[in-house]
Every structure is written in structure tokens, then in C-alpha cells.
Design a protein around this ligand. Structure first.
Ligand code: DAH
Length: 339
């Protein structure tokens, strides 16, 4: 019986080196190692041996199986190498590779990413809301009266069903408070806003805004100032001067516009308006409270600040870009400068 194993071993090794292809390789494997293969058949006969002879037989069986498996693998690698060599014929692997054109992020994405990163490190979480919005979320809940000019058909895109393309991301403030389960709420909402405007250097029908909201038990104007001053120092560099100018927004009281002192080489320094902000008007909390039917955002219990800025504006200031339209034209000669 040991003789049988030797015989199988010899013939398998002799055969293996001349197997011509993968089909034959598989056929070889089945013939020796498969369920009905000769080695398997030899193994089955172990039970006919005297118990004392079995260990030796078993050991030999394992050796033969290992040798055949190794021969099979060797032949398989040899066949594969031959195939590769054939495929590479006529190809010069020493030629330099063709250059890969790597893309890069759009300048608006770069500016937005940095702004979002900065605010997240300050404790703001990302929030979002739909671009197709209800009038209630976009205007009413934000204390904007029905006759407010921003609500006119000439300024806002309305759908036949009464919904609209949100004119600002402030609607996310309402969405967030509607579904919040606790205070404090500290969110930022980047997103697209739409307005029916004549397109020119500084106006577009769609643009990117970054909204922020912080609601807690005792949020003050000092929190608002400190937060936004720190934010703009990161975005425009340490030592950046900013000022808060009294303004009016329906959803904040008091309200401010924020200007940044811009110093560009070769031009006189000037203040540029960059964002709107203020303390959340109690009327906004009242609207949210009415809709939630609980007291989490009751105007007597919470205060908050909000802000909103145009990301296109941030990018124009940061890179000294004179015309907003460049952001949407996708001219690679322009975009390539921001790699
Ligand atoms: N929604 C305003 C706009 O589109 C920007 C703004 C101003 C947002 C004041 C605010 C805010 O959250 O408090 O012009």
C-alpha cells in the first residue's frame, strides 16, 4: 500500500511539469486530489491496514498530498507568468507614465469646508433642510409679515402648489427647532438659496449661504460677538478687524450687519459687508412653540443668536475675485488657480 502512494507521487510529479493550460491543471487536480481522485481512493483504503501500520501510512499520505499540492501551485504560477509575459510583449515598461490630471475642489467648496470646519470646532453641529420650502418655514415662522417685499413673486420663485425655493437658509433654524429634543441647540446649516434677481457681478439667482443658530437658557449679545469675531479671525487671519452695524431683520432683535475691514494690495482699505446676525426675536420662539405644542423653546425660557452669511461673498473677499459669475462658469483657466 505504501508502494501505491509512491507510485501516485511519482506519476503526479512527472505529469505536473508538462500540464499545458489551466483546464488541464484543474483536470489534474480532480484526478489526484478530487473526491474520486486516486489519492483520495488510496486514503480510503487505510481502514484495511493493521492499526499498527496506520500512522506510517497516514504520514506518508500527508506528505504525498502536500507534494502534489505544491507541484500544482508551482505549475499554476508558471502558467500565469507565461501568460503575463505574452501579454506584455511589445510593451515597453520603461516608458514614463502619462501624467494624471488631478482634479481639485472648487474654490467655493474650499471656503465652505474651512468655514464649516472652524465652526464645528467651536461646537456647532451640521444641520440641513429642504431647498423647496413652505412659506411658513421660510417667512411666517421667521416673523416676516405677509406684505414683506422679500415675499413678492418678483423676488421669490413660487411653485403652483404654494411652496417656494428658499430665499435663505434661515428656514433651517425653524426646521431644527421643530425637531430638537433638548436645548442647547448649536447648529450650522450650509446650503443653496434662491432669489429672483438680475444676474450681474454681485448678484446670482442661486448662491451658497451658511446659517448659524445657538439657543440656550442665557445666550447674550456678548456670546454672539465673541463667537463671530473668533470665527472671522480664523477665516481672514489674526488681527482682522470686524464691526457690527445696527440693522433690521424680521427674525432677530437687535439685528446687525457685520463688516470686515478689507486690505487688498494696491487698493485703499475698505469695510465690506459679510454677514447678518442678531439675537433671535422672541416672536420666532413663539412660532416654534405654537407648532411644537411644548415649552422647550418658550420665549420666556430661552434666548439665542443667529447669523447668516454668503459663502460666495466670503470667497470673493478671500481670493479677491471681482465677479460672482466666475464661480458658476466652470472655466478651468479660472478654477485651476485654486488648486
Ligand atoms: N437670512 C438673511 C439673508 O438671507 C441673513 C441673516 C441675517 C441670517 C440675520 C440670520 C440672521 O440668521 O440672524 O440675508
Amino acid at each position: 500500500m505504501l508502494e501505491d502512494l509512491d507510485q501516485i507521487h511519482r506519476s503526479a510529479l512527472a505529469e505536473a511539469t508538462s500540464i499545458p493550460d489551466e483546464t488541464a491543471l484543474e483536470e489534474f487536480r480532480v484526478r489526484y486530489l478530487g473526491k474520486k481522485g486516486s489519492l483520495t481512493a488510496a486514503a480510503a483504503r487505510m481502514k484495511d491496514l493493521a492499526p499498527a501500520d496506520r500512522p506510517l501510512f497516514g504520514q506518508k499520505l500527508n506528505e504525498v498530498r502536500a507534494a502534489i499540492t505544491a507541484a500544482l501551485e508551482d505549475r499554476s504560477s508558471a502558467l500565469m507568468a507565461a501568460k503575463d509575459a505574452q501579454a506584455a510583449q511589445g510593451i515597453d515598461p520603461t516608458l514614463p507614465a502619462r501624467p494624471l490630471h488631478r482634479g481639485s475642489l472648487h474654490p467655493l467648496s474650499q471656503v465652505l469646508d474651512r468655514a464649516v470646519d472652524t465652526l464645528r470646532r467651536m461646537g456647532f453641529a451640521l444641520a440641513e433642510g429642504p431647498e423647496v420650502e413652505t412659506e411658513w418655514h421660510c417667512f411666517d415662522a421667521l416673523n416676516t409679515p405677509p406684505d414683506h417685499p422679500a415675499r413678492k413673486e418678483s423676488d421669490t420663485y413660487y411653485f403652483p402648489n404654494g411652496k417656494l425655493l428658499r430665499t435663505h437658509t434661515s428656514s433651517v433654524q425653524i426646521r431644527t427647532m421643530e425637531s430638537a429634543s433638548s436645548v442647547p441647540v448649536r447648529i450650522i446649516a450650509p446650503g443653496t438659496a434662491f432669489r429672483r434677481d438680475e444676474i450681474d457681478e454681485t448678484h446670482s439667482i442661486s448662491f451658497t449661504q451658511l446659517e448659524g443658530l445657538y439657543v440656550d437658557r442665557d445666550v447674550s449679545l456678548a456670546d454672539l460677538k465673541g463667537t463671530l469675531e473668533a470665527f472671522f479671525q480664523v477665516i481672514f487671519g489674526a488681527g482682522t478687524e470686524i464691526r457690527f452695524r445696527p440693522h433690521f431683520f424680521p427674525f432677530t432683535e437687535p439685528s446687525f450687519e457685520i463688516d470686515v475691514k478689507l486690505r487688498t494690495v494696491g487698493r485703499a482699505e475698505r469695510w465690506v459687508e459679510i454677514a447678518g446676525c442678531g439675537l433671535v426675536d422672541p416672536a420666532v420662539f413663539a412660532a416654534v412653540t405654537k407648532c411644537r405644542k411644548d415649552d422647550l423653546f418658550h420665549p420666556d425660557l430661552v434666548t439665542g443668536f443667529a447669523f447668516g452669511m454668503g459663502v460666495d461673498r466670503l470667497a470673493m473677499i478671500q481670493y479677491g475675485i471681482p465677479d460672482l459669475r466666475l464661480f458658476n462658469e466652470n472655466d478651468v483657466r479660472f478654477l485651476r488657480q485654486f488648486v
